[in-house]
Write a protein that binds this ligand. Structure first.
Ligand code: PEP
Ligand code: MG
Length: 317
């Protein structure tokens, strides 16, 4: 099966009805770019930058070290686009294990991801400057995690502008970067008008979207049986986000586990998704599903699945 899939590495991901599908990779370190290319990814849809910051006892990489890492990632992708997510620390990704002890009762609902970055604006601007500098060496997009409020959006965008101005003042070269947001909090999925007013593209993080929609801690095994990607509420938020982005001609992708799970490929295609970001190991299997699918003929069925009382059953999952 593996070797049969391997033959698909250089086959373009196009559905039976001729829809081009973008299959891109989730990576955690610049070195993972090699595996992404090897798997036939046409870019990186999610570079989880927090892995550069973790396991170093809370010591932060400075602008130069980050710049080198992001530059290695874009160069490793040989001209293909790379979406770099700003620091997503807290909850399941603690900055260092010692600090875990000052733990909060509900870390998943606490100061994580963009909330943390906005509370450390100098650190955030350092990261943005490093990313923008790397954008002079390839196509980079910036992705903001766990954002929900219009005030956070405005604050984030003005810090990005500030970082650009700092580079201008220093006379340092940098490149352009579109700015997008993760849709990971139900409130975000229900505020698409605001999100699409400010952002160039959206990326749906189903791992957290499921956690927050269903109030199920994604790392708590005692409730793992209730962590259900097929809950109609989750699917509706995913479906609405894709539909609204398409209506407004904005890029949208899914970068949570759902994108790499072949049980969901046909459903997501039917809902209009054309960009899937996943662990490189999943790309060929998903490509095989894409090659066998007729996207336009899946539309009505996909809507029925989302609207059914038991989508898992309707999906045959
Ligand atoms: C997600 O939440 O779906 C996601 C892609 O981000 P992470 O898994 O890194 O939280
Ligand atoms: Mg997430």
């Amino acid at each position: 099966e593996r070797s049969r899939l391997n033959r698909l590495r250089h086959t373009p991901a196009v559905t039976l009805d001729g829809q081009k599908i973008e299959l891109v990779a989730n990576i955690e370190l610049p070195e993972d770019a090699a595996a992404a290319l090897k798997a036939g990814a046409v870019g990186v849809g999610l570079f989880r930058s927090e892995f550069l910051f973790m396991g170093r006892g809370g010591d932060m990489p400075d602008e130069e070290e980050q710049f080198q890492a992001y530059k290695r990632a874009v160069e490793g992708m040989q001209g293909l686009p790379v979406t770099i997510r700003t620091l997503d620390v807290g909850a399941d990704k603690p900055l260092d294990d010692a600090r875990r002890d000052e733990a909060h009762v509900n870390p998943a609902l606490g100061l994580r991801a963009i909330r943390w970055s906005l509370s450390e604006p100098e650190m955030f601007r350092t990261q943005i400057r490093a990313i923008l500098r790397a954008a002079a060496f390839g196509k980079i997009r910036l992705l903001i995690p766990m954002i929900a409020h219009a005030s956070e959006i405005r604050q984030t965008l003005s810090l990005i502008d500030f970082a650009r101005a700092e580079l201008d003042n220093r006379g340092v070269a940098y490149g352009p970067a579109e700015v997008g947001a993760m849709i990971e909090i139900p409130a975000a999925a229900l505020s698409l008008r605001t999100f699409l007013k400010y952002f160039d593209f959206l990326s749906i993080g189903t791992n957290d979207l499921i956690q927050y929609t269903l109030a199920i801690d994604r790392s708590d095994e005692s409730v793992a049986h209730l962590y259900d990607p097929c809950h109609p509420a989750v699917l509706r938020l995913v479906a609405d986000t894709i539909a609204e982005c398409r209506r407004q001609n904005k890029g949208v992708s899914v970068c949570g586990e759902m994108a790499g799970d072949i049980q969901f490929t046909r459903l997501l295609l039917g809902l209009g998704l054309r960009s899937f970001s996943m662990h490189p190991a999943q790309i060929l299997a998903v490509k095989q599903e894409v090659l066998r699918a007729d996207a336009s003929r899946l539309e009505t069925w996909a809507r029925e699945v989302v609207d059914s009382e038991d989508p898992a059953q309707a999906l045959g999952a």
